[in-house]
Design a protein around this ligand. Structure first.
Ligand SMILES: NC(=O)c1ccc[n+]([C@@H]2O[C@H](COP(=O)([O-])OP(=O)(O)OC[C@H]3O[C@@H](n4cnc5c(N)ncnc54)[C@H](O)[C@@H]3O)[C@@H](O)[C@H]2O)c1
Ligand SMILES: O=C(O)C(=O)C[C@@H](O)[C@H](O)[C@H](O)COP(=O)(O)O
Ligand SMILES: [Zn+2]
Length: 364
């Protein structure tokens, strides 16, 4: 029996904050209707690695009567660069894109971040639809409207909140996703388990490696549950004035590791260490029990995700963490747990506390 599509709604105060995240199979045929009748020209942004999928999207749009042009961009974090945005702006300009035209992104989170940023900035904002092709893109990056690029000083330091008009998460695209990328996406799924939907943790503990099968019903359930967590949070707090910070669990150290490693680490791997670090921080101030902190390591390690990091990078990591978007002046702020599924914020004026937590995740 074919399973029907699942639609998870994101809501908000402005009309453009309301959209559907569709999870299913064979969703490409829905794209023309989701773009709407006013759109005439579409820029399809995809990485080199997904050229065939990008071409299929362009052909679908052309047969539906749109003028479709493609922008093939460098893979992964290489794509989240100002020069790549400038290249896309050039293509949009040379093809006379107007405010009623649109951008469609095809790829993982790096592509929706870059393509979303291009859409947010072109003529001060045009429609964007994301077609995420990685688990991470589906459960996190394509949903919620955070877009951005990296600078030499850090991750996502330039960007805009620009919600998509729709997200089509086609599970069939996951068949070609390398396993290490699927595991990286699973780190964000597990994050949703720690901060909100604890059933996610029960499911990954119960099903183990079976969740890595892109055809499995349990992976679909995990994807849908994670999208539901993100949709609920961003519906309440699009611009991260409070609640949305919980989605940043593990990211303060995680982003600093990505920068220190010049983006050779997968995002999910970096935030995996970051979540264990945050758990150690919470344990050290008496907010998280030993058992709950240890559960971080056992779940993440069961999927081969890293839970420790080299012991000689403290100065660089602290520098990176200072530039985290949750910092306020000299005050570093961390999302921590007061129990599984109970996120809160810890303000840390004294970096000795952070150094002690780093010792707990540092390689021997
Ligand atoms: N905006 C947000 O809210 C948000 C949330 C989470 C993460 N992010 C960002 O997302 C990025 C990470 O996303 P990601 O893990 O998807 O990385 P990614 O976009 O770099 O994709 C990972 C790799 O998988 C390949 N790939 C993607 N889909 C594929 C498929 N179906 N078949 C074969 N190969 C495929 C890509 O070409 C790339 O090499 C980071 O830059 C992170 O900062 C943003
Ligand atoms: O959507 C959010 O908000 C998140 O924090 C989700 C994160 O998983 C994601 O990596 C996001 O890009 C991090 O945002 P940043 O503001 O810390 O750059
Ligand atoms: Zn993330």
């Amino acid at each position: 029996m074919t399973q029907t599509d699942t639609i998870i709604k994101v809501t908000g105060s402005r009309p453009e904050d309301n959209y559907d995240v569709v999870v299913g199979r064979g969703l490409l045929a829905q794209l023309p209707a989701r773009l709407g009748e006013r759109v005439k020209r579409v820029l399809v942004v995809h990485p080199r690695a997904l050229r065939l999928t990008g071409d299929a999207v362009r052909e679908e749009l052309e047969s539906a009567g749109f003028t479709a042009v493609t922008a093939e961009i460098p893979d992964a974090e290489e794509g989240k660069h100002i020069q790549v945005a400038a290249f896309c702006w050039q293509v949009l300009g040379q093809n006379d894109f107007t405010r009623s035209d649109a951008v469609v992104t095809v790829g993982g989170g790096a592509v929706s971040d870059l393509g979303g940023f291009v859409a947010a900035t072109w003529l001060r904002g045009v429609k964007v639809i994301h077609l995420p092709t990685s688990v991470l893109g589906m459960v996190d990056a394509a949903v919620g409207g955070k877009t951005g690029i990296n600078t030499a000083e850090g991750k996502n330091l330039v960007g805009a909140f620009h919600p998509p008009a729709a997200v089509l998460a086609d599970l069939d695209t996951l068949k070609t996703l390398p396993k290490n990328e699927l595991v990286s996406g699973l780190a964000e799924v597990i994050k949703c388990g720690f901060i909100a939907d604890t059933k996610i943790l029960d499911l990954v503990e119960e099903h183990g490696q079976a969740v890595l099968d892109p055809e499995s019903p349990v992976l679909r359930e995990l994807i849908e549950r994670s999208i539901a967590v993100k949709a609920k949070v961003v519906s309440e707090d699009l611009k991260e004035s409070g609640l949305r910070e919980i989605l940043n669990y593990g990211h303060t150290l995680g982003h600093a590791i990505e920068l220190a490693e010049r983006y050779s680490w997968r995002h999910g791997a970096a935030i995996s260490v970051g979540m264990v670090f945050a758990a150690e921080l919470a344990r050290s101030v008496g907010r998280l029990s030993d058992a709950d902190a240890d559960r971080h390591r056992s779940i993440l390690e069961s999927f081969g995700l890293p839970t420790s990091y080299r012991n000689d990078r403290w100065a660089a990591l602290l520098d990176g963490m200072r530039r985290d978007k949750k910092s306020r002046g000299d005050l570093l702020r961390f999302v921590v747990l007061d129990g599984i599924g109970k996120p809160g914020v810890l303000e840390v004026p004294d970096t000795s506390l952070l150094f002690a937590a780093y010792q707990e995740v540092a390689d021997a």
